[in-house]
Design a protein around this ligand. Structure first.
Ligand code: FAD
Length: 388
């Protein structure tokens, strides 16, 4: 039931930033300042998009560790509504409402807000199935099964992009399909070029080590400072790949903001939503943008999406409860991540240094990812207090 004096908070995008924000906000605001939180998403499920997503390509059963349907999200003292399988078709920022359309029936509805949080994330246009698209969980699982069958039938795999996603995919292919030769092509001279040179060397050593165990005809090859055009099987430097190679493009995530400018949402030249230091959309005090979709200059990773969620939740909870405090600022962070090399090795990078390596990090990352599910499901979970 809607309470008359409730504050209406609408979250577009129930991915990592959106659900963490909702969990954190509902936990922080006391019962007497009642909230009505509405999460809108194109899918009917939450997925931790991370290493587990990549592992699910080679081992689809792993996917169940990384997802839950939105219908299983718990609420607390506040009202939480998840409108799944719905996408936004209009934002009226001044009129304070969002129009949505049902993916299946096309029926539309208008949702009013006091605060709007846009957390629509990003996608890989050349590899759309890397992230869950719109639809139901069963479709996502069927997609992963299809990719897995393609890998099973592949005589050769090409990975384009030596960032964290391409490297983790290489590690998983080595664990699960050691007899399929793999070529990883990276446009820069250094793998993970925005971090340490030591990380690059560690990965090359790892490749050398695993190649000793792989059959002669199925080695992993790394080509740096090279490129390959879509539709071609010859690299810029003239390396010819098998014509029937199975190709995974792990480059260039794009924010899911196409058409947003027409609604008065300011975008930068990469299509990211322009925000101030409090993550408020430029020109608006009650509209925020979080995660991969905003233009904070930092690596677009879940760790930072989580920090955005916390800043937004603290600031909105203080406003709603009438606390007269200075709003928190988000300070752009330096790159920090654990990157898996299969399930028994990993590196941890921070800024420009390689902070750690080895089995312990490989053990830790899947554990952290699966604990995210607990936070996304329940705002009062113990982990929720630790994370957001
Ligand atoms: C394969 C892969 C591996 C990764 N590995 C790591 C890792 O190891 N560590 C790490 O820190 N980061 C990793 N990342 C990055 C991480 O996944 C993102 O930074 C994080 O998911 C960003 O969170 P977000 O909430 O901004 O976006 P998302 O989690 O993508 O959520 C966006 C949500 O918005 C919904 N949506 C989009 N448009 C609309 C619309 N118009 N209407 C309604 N709903 C909409 C989408 O369905 C989605 O649920 C990885 C990314 C990929 C693709």
């Amino acid at each position: 039931m809607s309470q008359q004096n409730s504050t209406k908070v609408v979250v577009v995008g129930g991915g990592l930033a959106g659900t963490f924000f909702a969990a954190s906000l509902m936990r922080r605001v006391s019962k007497k300042h009642h909230l009505e939180v509405t999460i809108i998403d194109k899918k009917d499920f939450f997925e931790v998009v991370g290493y587990g997503t990549i592992r699910s390509l080679v081992s689809p059963t792993y996917h169940s560790n990384m997802t839950h349907t939105y219908s299983s999200i718990a609420s607390n003292d506040h009202k939480l509504v998840v409108l799944s399988n719905k996408k936004t078709t209009n934002f009226d920022l001044n009129g304070k409402n969002v129009t949505i359309s049902d993916i299946t029936s096309g029926e539309s509805d208008t949702i009013v807000f006091d605060y709007l949080v846009i957390a629509v994330g990003s996608s890989y246009s050349s590899f759309p199935n890397l992230r869950p698209a719109e639809g139901v969980l069963a479709d996502r699982r069927a997609n992963l099964e299809k990719i897995n069958k393609d890998i099973q039938g592949a005589k050769h795999v090409t990975i384009v992009g030596g960032g964290s996603v391409g490297i983790e995919l290489m590690g998983e292919l080595n664990d699960h399909f050691p007899s399929v030769p793999v070529t990883l092509i990276h446009g820069k001279s250094q793998l993970l070029e925005r971090t340490s040179k030591d990380a690059h060397s560690y990965i090359l050593n790892w490749v050398e080590k695993v190649n000793k165990k792989r059959p002669e005809a199925s080695k992993i090859t790394i080509l740096v400072d090279d490129r390959i055009d879509a539709g071609s099987n010859v690299t810029t430097k003239g390396v010819t790949l098998p014509a029937d190679t199975l190709r995974f493009n792990c480059t260039g995530p794009k924010p899911n903001t196409a058409g947003f400018e027409a609604f008065g949402i300011p975008l930068d030249e990469s299509g990211r939503i322009r925000v101030d230091e409090h993550l408020r959309v430029e020109g608006h005090t009650n509209v925020l943008a979080l995660g991969d979709a905003n233009n904070v200059v930092e690596e677009k990773i879940s760790n930072f999406a989580r920090l955005h969620a916390k800043v937004a939740a603290v600031n909105i909870s203080n406003e709603v409860q009438g606390k007269n405090t200075q709003p928190l600022k988000h300070v752009p962070q330096e790159y920090q991540s654990v990157i898996m090399l299969g399930k028994s090795d990993a590196i941890m990078v921070q800024g420009n240094s390689l902070k750690g390596k080895g089995k312990m990090f490989a053990w830790m990352k899947p554990k952290i990812e699966s604990s995210i599910i607990g936070v996304a499901k329940n705002p009062n979970a113990f982990m929720s207090k630790m994370f957001v």
